[in-house]
Design a protein around this ligand. Structure first.
Ligand code: AMP
Length: 395
């Protein structure tokens, strides 16, 4: 893996693909700047070398040049985070961008306008990638969140930098942490998969079954498993077309000797609402008119015991509707068990937008080993897929 920290970029123009896809409120203020904070080590190293630093990113899913998705909203926040003047180019390619790079001094930063204002970015257009590449001498990819996409700025651009392409410090950390879990996992190895649906996570569940000792399933997807076991789940979330698949997963776990842990009990509401009436029941016996929105105490105890004995833990997806205070307990308690296990020496890796949001909500960010910045990319890596953003640097 080509390593940024072993190089010096003095006198070079470096274009860095960052993931600045940050949430903005109605006043265009950044409500969570973790993605910017994660990119700072790379930016600061390049500035320390006195390079010209060009930053490029996407923001949201703009249809065209939609003002609300302009990266100009990030400039002042970036300036205060990095501590140097940040210039802005209203186009990420063409004369506007070239002029801005020419005017930029070494040791300064230029932020390019949203890459997705050009539809070519997501198409992986080679010409668009070439135009971006013409702005710089060196390419650095530090955007793990989009490393599973074969877009112009995330992988296609690499071909124009042959020897001058590097992983940023964040991307390298992400891969190292995932590798630590996948190839050097100290046992017992436990994966905890939750969230709304099985559909997006089938492949990762299947590939994790080949690696882990324990697989814990929680969240909305647990009800499809409950149905697969003949349970009554009333109005709980269910994917009827995945019931057979859930049965297969249960069988496969048995075959492979993986300890598959499903919730025993469920916290149910008569409405998808924090103020609904709440009844706890066995997960195979959710009362008529109710829907399961969290795991119950018995499940928490069962899961926590396994988590506390684990030496490697991967967590993706909440155990319930943690956004509502009455249904956050399962996710919070599982988070606590992971923190405790980490304190006792386990390696814990958390990824996926919602599990990361939960960890932050419960102020546990400092008590886990690693928080991944890329949900989709993390899942694909765990599935054993090659990420285009990673492969194109290694080639
Ligand atoms: P995902 O993006 O698949 O990881 O799903 C995350 C979402 O799943 C969160 O917004 C949770 O509120 C939701 N979720 C978790 N458990 C349940 C449940 N039992 N019923 C409905 N939604 C759930």
């Amino acid at each position: 893996m080509k390593n940024l920290s072993e190089q010096n970029f003095k006198g070079k123009i470096v274009i860095v693909r960052v993931d600045f896809n940050v949430p903005l409120n109605g006043k265009f203020q950044i409500t969570d700047d973790s993605r910017i904070a994660s990119a700072l080590p790379t930016i600061k190293q390049l500035l320390g070398d006195n390079a010209k630093v060009i930053l490029m990113s996407h923001l949201g899913r703009p249809k065209e040049n939609e003002e609300r998705y302009s990266l100009k909203h990030l400039v002042s926040h970036l300036e205060s985070s990095i501590g140097v003047k940040v210039y802005f180019s209203e186009n990420c390619i063409g004369e506007t961008a070239k002029d801005a790079v020419d005017k930029l001094n070494y040791g300064e930063v230029l932020l390019l306008e949203n890459l997705r204002f050009h539809k070519e970015e997501k198409e992986g257009n080679v010409d668009f990638a070439k135009q971006l590449s013409e702005l710089a001498d060196v390419y650095v990819n530090d955007a793990f969140g989009t490393a599973h996409r074969a877009h112009s700025s995330t992988s296609v651009i690499s071909q124009f930098f042959k020897e001058n392409k590097y992983f940023g410090l964040l991307l390298k950390n992400e891969i190292d942490s995932l590798e630590q879990a996948l190839t050097n996992a100290e046992k017992p190895f436990t994966a905890i998969i939750g969230g709304a649906k099985i559909s997006g996570k089938i492949d990762v569940i299947k590939s994790l079954l080949l690696k882990v000792d324990n697989l814990i399933i929680g969240g909305g997807m647990a009800y499809t498993f409950s149905k697969a076991m003949g349970g009554k789940i009333a109005n709980s979330l269910v994917e009827n077309d995945k019931v057979d698949l859930a049965k297969n997963i249960i069988e496969k776990a048995k075959e492979l000797g993986v300890n598959l842990l499903l919730p025993i009990d469920s916290v149910n509401a008569d409405d998808f609402n924090n103020n609904a009436n709440i009844i706890t029941s066995d997960i195979i016996n959710v009362p008529e008119g109710f829907m399961g929105l969290d795991i119950g105490d018995k499940s928490i105890q069962l899961f926590s015991e396994t988590i506390q004995k684990s030496k490697t833990i991967i967590w993706n997806g909440p155990m319930g509707v943690f956004e509502m205070s009455n249904f956050e307990n399962g996710t919070k308690k599982i988070g606590e068990a992971i923190c405790k296990s980490t304190e006792e020496g386990a390696f814990s890796l958390i990824g996926g937008g919602d599990s990361v949001a939960a960890i932050k909500k419960f102020n546990m960010s400092e008590q886990v080993s690693y928080i991944s910045t890329g949900g989709g990319a993390m899942l694909e890596y765990l599935e054993g897929k090659e990420l285009p953003g990673v492969k194109s640097i290694q080639e």
